[in-house]
Design a protein around this ligand. Structure first.
Ligand code: UDP
Ligand code: MG
Length: 309
């Protein structure tokens, strides 16, 4: 018998916990036929509602259900990492509890592993039901990442992914504190098959992401998987030195030809404002990387567990 671990991060999802379970166990027969047992790890990411109680209820019925409760909300990235650390399966799959990652795809995904792939990832080809502004910025983000990062990131890729133990161990060996899973998946490589499906809207409750949170998350992704902004800062430095040099030449020549009438005050102010603006901007970029480095060197744990069943 081999084991499949299902990792499900939950944050205030009391309505979805049981719904998800019902959908998931529809695959029981398929996996039993192939000699695969299942364990379900619900990671309660510091929920303030009855999420943990709902999971405990399921556990009374089905001992394959496990609960890991965090001491507070650490974020989905931390929850996924905890799930990977705790999972014992030969295969591991990560899924959202809101049924946006359809459990009905699991048999097809498992089939691909049997074909010899190390991982099967999913990607939604439509963004139906999402605010247009959000889709627009998402597209810009992926296009930018393609240019400035060596790590491959697929537009519309979800965290819904089935992997072999070998790949899970590779991901666990990346112990960074600032975790950007989409980048980490791409970074470790391995042979990945992509499945595409139409976007599904969440079963119950509200999304935990607003526009601002997503924007901040995208900056995290850029800082974590590209040093291009630092290059940009150096580039601006060189460019401005060059412009200054040309202007000095221009002024010397003008002085020699026309003498030195006092003029140019407004242009001077513009130049000072612009250069100091660029300087602040570049210092800000440095600050971003320094802040991330600061958090990394502290070596704080990625999550803390309050209860484990
Ligand atoms: N989630 C989590 N911790 C958080 C935020 C979200 O574990 O701090 C979980 C959430 O319960 C869900 C998954 O991450 O299972 C995806 O969240 P959501 O559906 O809100 O994101 P979206 O699908 O809108 O991108
Ligand atoms: Mg969702």
């Amino acid at each position: 018998m081999s084991l499949l671990s299902v990792i499900v991060p939950c944050y205030n999802e009391e309505e979805n916990v049981a719904l998800f379970y019902e959908e998931l166990v529809k695959n029981d027969a398929f996996f039993q036929n192939r000699g695969v047992e299942m364990e379900v790890l619900y990671i309660d990411d510091g929920s303030g509602d009855r999420t943990a109680d709902e999971v405990k209820k399921l556990r009374q019925r089905d001992r394959r259900v496990h609960l890991i409760s965090f001491s507070r909300n650490f974020g989905k990235e931390a929850a996924m990492y905890a799930g990977l650390e705790k999972s014992k399966g030969d295969y591991v799959v990560m899924m959202d509890v809101d049924l946006q990652d359809p459990p009905a795809l699991l048999p097809e995904m498992y089939g691909a592993l049997e074909e010899g792939y190390d991982s099967v990832a999913t990607r939604r080809v439509t963004r139906k039901g999402e605010p247009p502004v959000r889709s627009f910025f998402a597209r810009i983000f992926y296009r930018l990442m393609k240019k400035i990062s060596q790590t491959e990131m697929m537009d519309g890729a979800r965290d819904y992914r089935l992997m072999t133990r070998q790949m899970v161990d590779a991901i666990l060996s990346m112990k960074e504190y600032n975790r950007f899973t989409k980048g980490i998946f791409g970074w470790v490589g391995f042979r990945t098959k992509w499945l595409e499906y139409e976007n599904v809207e969440r079963a119950r409750g509200e999304t935990k992401w607003n526009f601002w949170k997503l924007l901040m998350y995208s900056f995290e992704g850029i800082v974590a998987f590209s040093t291009a902004p630092l290059m940009f800062a150096s580039f601006m430095g060189v460019l401005f030195c060059l412009i200054a040099f040309l202007m000095i030449l221009f002024i010397i020549v003008r002085k020699l030809i026309f003498g030195d009438p006092v003029s140019g005050w407004p242009s001077l102010v513009c130049i000072i404002l612009m250069t100091s603006g660029v300087q602040f901007f570049c210092t800000g970029i440095l600050g971003q990387y320094l802040a991330k480095t600061y958090m990394e060197v502290k070596r704080r744990p990625i999550y803390l567990i309050r209860e484990e069943l």
